[in-house]
Design a protein around this ligand. Sequence first.
Ligand SMILES: C[S@@+](CC[C@H](N)C(=O)[O-])C[C@H]1O[C@@H](n2cnc3c(N)ncnc32)[C@H](O)[C@@H]1O
Length: 191
Amino acid sequence: MTQSRQTTHFGEQEVALEDKQALVNAVFHGVADRYDLMNDLMSGGIHRVWKDAMIADLAPPKQGTRPYRVLDMAGGTGDIAERIINASVGYAEVVVADINSDMLRVGAERAKSWRFPTQASFIEANAEKLPFEDKSFDAYTIAFGIRNVPRIELALGEAHRVLKRGGRLIVLEFSQVDVPGLDEPVPRIFR
Ligand SMILES: C[S@@+](CC[C@H](N)C(=O)[O-])C[C@H]1O[C@@H](n2cnc3c(N)ncnc32)[C@H](O)[C@@H]1O
């Protein structure tokens, strides 16, 4: 009897589910040092507009009676974290979690020159199994990251586990739209 293997997408390719993470990791280890520049070149800078829309949606508070903690999952070089912290004028505390140590290294280095460098921490973690306590974050953001995670249902389960009651989950990701003539994927914000 032949057993069918579970497969998933890696770009245009169909790959075995258990192979995807290593393929994804190889890509980001390879581009980490020029990721931010590539993002600007490949999107013509428009990724900044999409990310700003995500932050506007999150609308992090600028003050409060207790810390406002955000987990920026697949946070890479910290672009989203910097925007959240700046939007909160230094009030939000953001944990940038990513499976890739090179992306985090670049992010941590960049963060030294941010306006509020002490508000972010960089932690190596797999979205499918998080090293954080239950109900420990006010918001969970993930930008252009969910498509890279092989078992999305596990990542969403973990997001639910670490979010406080009433916490926000915001996903920025490419999506296909049913608009005639518009066949390219466009970014969308999912809440
Ligand atoms: C396209 S980058 C997005 C980085 C950042 N969020 C941004 O918008 O600039 C995708 C990120 O997902 C990370 N990633 C892939 N699989 C992951 C996983 N299972 N758990 C955590 N991070 C993952 C990669 O290492 C990479 O840094």
